[in-house]
Design a protein around this ligand. Structure first.
Ligand SMILES: [Zn+2]
Length: 327
């Protein structure tokens, strides 16, 4: 089991270093405590482990080095990594004047971001693109009456063309205006030969408040931690697929590329939710909210060919950055 093994390596430092590629890391131990029924790692030890420093300003807690800055906040879960917004599973806690980070944030998010080369996973060759909604399911209806299902399909087809040009093999859950159910989408993944190495679900957002706009990227919530939208654990729902470290890194790269490259798109961050498709495919997976169709300006942009190309290019950039790490 992945979780146990990494945990064991990082905290106890057995001889089997090579297995998770720690050769460049200093051999220092990371202590942990059990607090409020959860394991937390000592942030001073984490900082030392990566050769980073800690800086505190009010409720903000920064872990930084020359190349990286991870931002946490003791009162809210919103933070960032190298300027890209993301939501941690928990705020760090302070105990006897030392800050502690949840083991889940450490193992599933922080460590993959700081040591992407340590990721296990298959080389990316085949990619499945899932255009959200379709057929009788229009998805959200935009401010300009454009339907989400048409925008997601247009972006999916553009992304497919770009990936094929680069030599990737691409599968679609739908290539036209059809309505595969969520279960059917997952079955399509399972029945594809070879099985796709990545699953990219494309959606548009909508909100009652028409001023809200921006992009967000979701990875599946691992077991035993709350989704971004929840304050409490939902113990009745099963966790993510077995690729949380990969999911989070992929989500980060996609979100970074969109936030950097899309003009006017607000960075709403990497988030976690237990969406059916990304939870049930057995490969690294993300669900991308490419913008709010409920916002007039963003909907107008999302309806344009040029902007759809830019969105597809950004997602492509995120995928390529991820693929470069898993070889
Ligand atoms: Zn949708």
């Amino acid at each position: 089991m992945k979780f146990v093994r990494i945990f064991f390596f990082l905290l106890l430092f057995t001889a089997a270093f090579a297995e998770i590629n720690l050769e460049a890391a200093p051999r220092k131990s990371i202590h942990s405590i059990i607090y409020s029924g959860r394991r937390w790692v000592n942030l001073n030890d984490v900082a030392r482990y990566y050769g980073m420093k800690i800086y505190i300003k009010g409720n903000d807690v920064y872990l930084y080095s020359r190349y990286y800055v991870a931002k946490f906040n003791t009162k809210k879960r919103a933070g960032s990594f190298n300027g890209v917004n993301l939501y941690w599973f928990f705020s760090p806690v302070k105990y006897k004047n030392v800050y502690y980070l949840s083991i889940d944030d450490f193992l599933y998010t922080l460590d993959p971001l700081l040591r992407p080369r340590s990721l296990k996973g298959k080389m990316v060759r085949t990619i499945m693109i899932d255009a959200g909604h379709g057929g009788k399911d229009t998805g959200a209806i935009g401010a300009n009456k454009k339907k989400e299902k048409d925008i997601t399909l247009a972006i999916a087809l553009k992304l497919r063309r770009k990936l094929i040009k680069l030599g990737y093999s691409v599968r679609l859950t739908r290539g036209g205006d059809t309505f595969p159910s969520l279960e059917q989408r997952v079955s399509l993944w399972k029945n594809s030969r070879p099985k796709p190495d990545l699953f990219i679900s494309i959606h548009c957002n909508a909100a009652a408040n028409r001023k809200v706009s921006g992009v967000e990227t979701f990875a599946a919530t691992p077991l035993n931690v709350p989704s971004t939208g929840d304050t409490k654990l939902n113990k009745t729902v099963s966790g993510s697929n077995a690729f949380s470290r990969n999911n989070n890194l992929l989500a980060y790269y996609v979100q970074r590329a969109m936030a950097k490259n899309l003009p006017y798109a607000a960075d709403r961050g990497v988030k976690h939710a237990r969406f059916y498709v990304i939870r049930n495919v057995s490969c690294p997976a993300v669900l991308i909210e490419t913008g709010f169709v409920s916002n007039w300006a963003e909907c107008t942009r999302l309806s344009s060919n040029v902007y759809q190309e830019q969105v597809a290019n950004s997602i492509l950039r995120g995928i390529l950055n991820y693929a470069a790490q898993v070889r």
